[in-house]
Every structure is written in C-alpha cells, then in structure tokens.
Design a protein around this ligand. Structure first.
Ligand code: GDP
Length: 195
C-alpha cells in the first residue's frame, strides 16, 4: 500500500478516548522494546512518527496512528517490563483485555516477537489468549536482520513450535532495519481491512 498520510491521533488511557470514526484497527502487542514502534515507522516509511522508546514500559497508553484516513495502527503498551509494579501490570491487563474483547473495529492483532529468541511466557500467554478468543492475528517475528539469513529457518521453526503456530496461520519474519516482510504485512493488513 502506498502510504500518503500517517498521523499520530491520541494516546488513549481508556475507551472514552478511543476514536469514534469506526475505521478498522490493527493492534500491535508485544513485550517492551521488542520493536513495535520501529515496525510501525517502517510500515509507513517514517523515521520517527511512532516513538521508539529508550525507557521501555513507560507508556501505559494505547497510541493511535491513522494511516491514509483509512485505518489505524494501535500500539499497545509493551508487556513484560520488570520495573512495572503489580498494580500497573493489573491495570494494563484490564485495559488490553477489555479492548481485545470488546472493540468491534479491531480487525487484526500483530503479535510482535523477537526472532532471535524463543518467545517469553508473556508472548505465549498473549498468543494463547488471542487464539482462545478467536481474534485474527499474525505473529510478526522482527529483528531478523540481527541474525544471519542462513539461520532464519531454524529460528522460525523454534518460534512456531514454542508458540504453537499451526500450518496456515499467519507468520511473517520481519525487519524494521532492512524492510523485510513489509510487503507481506501490508498485503495481510489490506486483506483484513478491505471494505
Ligand atoms: P518498542 O518498545 O516495542 O516500541 O520497541 P522500539 O521500536 O522502540 O525498538 C527497541 C529497540 O530495538 C530500538 O533501539 C530499535 O532501534 C531496535 N529495533 C527495533 N526493530 C529492529 C529491527 O528490526 N532491527 C534492528 N536491528 N533493530 C531494531
């Protein structure tokens, strides 16, 4: 997709602030620092629209980005950040769970994981949770450029097995650095948001 406009809309702390124009939403879930902001920036070919955070876990907000006046990317607060308190963690869980369960304009969740490492228990929990609720998802395994291409197949296999990704389910190796997977991901996003 040719991106002609991309704008930050709101950092929402709850449903009252979610946009009401009913455009389809693509949500990104993943642990802090996994590369969600970088993924968005690469998708829209902007260096810095989505903030790449030097202090992971700081944002407890849902960041909305409107693309081509046609859809939203919704960046969830990252999970699994050690310095977040139990209370904050519970609040995070509640907000995200409510969004995932009730948001009618949600079309697809991108579960962003790090191709270099096996999934964390939080990644696995999120995968199982999305599956349980039948929410359309795509596992996006990013930072592929950080390992040699010859080792991609092995890492992809480990990731799929550990998460329980079945044949035919969406899985895209990605790199915000070199643009790997961008076309595939746009094709998927377009197919899931077509009207
Ligand atoms: P977020 O907390 O999930 O939004 O993660 P960021 O997008 O802020 O990325 C965290 C760090 O990983 C930053 O230093 C990024 O430059 C780096 N990073 C993210 N994606 C990639 C990638 O695909 N390749 C490489 N080499 N670095 C990446």
């Amino acid at each position: 997709m040719k991106v002609t406009s991309a704008e930050f809309v709101i950092s929402a702390v709850g449903p009252a602030q979610y946009p009401e124009d009913a455009l389809p939403e693509i949500a990104l879930a993943g642990r802090s620092n996994v590369g969600k902001s970088s993924l968005i920036n690469r998708m829209i070919n902007r260096k810095n629209l989505a903030r790449t955070s030097s202090t992971p876990g700081k944002t407890q907000h849902m960041n909305y980005y409107r693309i081509n006046e046609r859809l939203y990317f919704v960046d969830f607060p990252g999970y699994g950040y050690a310095k977040v308190s139990k209370v904050q963690r519970a609040a995070w869980g509640k907000m995200v769970e409510k969004y995932l369960a009730e948001r009618e304009t949600l079309k697809l969740v991108l579960l962003v994981v790090d191709l270099r490492h096996p999934p964390t228990s939080d990644d696995k929990m999120m995968y199982d949770w999305l599956k349980h609720y039948g929410i359309p998802m795509c596992v996006v395994a990013t930072k592929a450029d950080k390992i040699p291409k010859t080792r991609w197949p092995k890492h992809i296999k480990i990731m799929k097995e550990a998460l329980g990704v079945q044949p035919g389910e969406n899985f895209i190796p990605y790199s915000s650095e070199i643009g790997l997977g961008r076309e595939d991901l746009w094709n998927l996003v377009e197919s899931m948001t077509a009207v």
